[in-house]
Design a protein. Structure first.
Length: 224
């Protein structure tokens, strides 16, 4: 099984590189990459960079170039206070984009970019505690004032990339596993990591170590 792992945020990438000291850092059009062996599986890791544009471009490039059997995205997300807790792992099964603004008509573009991930190929129950849920994405840190609206749509957390990855994967009929752990909590007034990015950086490192440690079990849960 050919597996590629996409990492989006620089703090997440910085968090995993020391875990593979023997892997040689190489480059592809969007950033750094390396190959590592985990539990006798050869896995290619790619750093896409922040946001929907880099994520969509990276994923399409990897699909066209490597034709992977499974794409995995590991990362962080901001969780909604009262709905999730810091450290909770989200197994993403639906995504929406919330920074689309239509002023010239009613084209329902936001719904066009919403996606549902087919996870029927993943064993149930999951190998580690994880909550199947909807994540909202935007090229923005989560504005506190948006939380009531996003909660009403069923979202429990938000990030920058999941919706773009899910949309491209669906268009290509590719299998995508998105695991996002809550790095920080945001309520309708403030976020605990806002104006204090070191909270995010430190928690991102811990989260990536945890997700990498769990990755072999998640891969073993894939039904071929």
């Amino acid at each position: 099984m050919k597996i590629v792992v996409i990492i989006s945020a620089i703090a997440e990438w910085v968090g995993i590189k020391p875990l593979f000291p023997d892997s040689k850092i190489e480059f592809f059009p969007y950033g750094e990459c390396f190959t590592a062996t985990i539990s006798d599986r050869e896995i290619q890791f790619f750093y896409s960079g922040w946001g929907k544009i880099a994520s969509a471009g990276t994923l399409q490039y990897l699909i066209d170039r490597y034709a992977p059997d499974l794409i995995v995205n590991l990362g962080t997300c901001g969780g909604f206070e009262g709905v999730v807790n810091q450290g909770d792992v989200i197994l993403v099964e639906q995504t929406i984009v919330y920074d689309i603004v239509e002023l010239m008509g009613d084209l329902d573009i936001a719904n066009y970019y919403a996606s549902s991930l087919d996870l029927s190929w993943l064993s149930d129950p999951p190998p580690h505690p994880a909550r199947r849920a909807l994540i909202a994405s935007a090229d923005s840190d989560l504005p506190p004032g948006k939380i009531p609206l996003l909660k009403s749509k069923g979202a429990v957390a938000a990030d920058w990339e999941s919706a773009a990855l899910a949309w491209v994967a669906r268009k290509n009929g590719a299998r995508l596993l998105i695991l996002r752990a809550v790095s920080d909590i945001v309520n309708d007034k403030k976020g605990e990591a806002y104006d204090n990015i070191e909270i995010f950086n430190e928690r991102a490192k811990e989260i990536m170590q945890k997700l990498i440690a769990q990755l072999p079990d998640w891969l073993s849960a894939v039904k071929l």
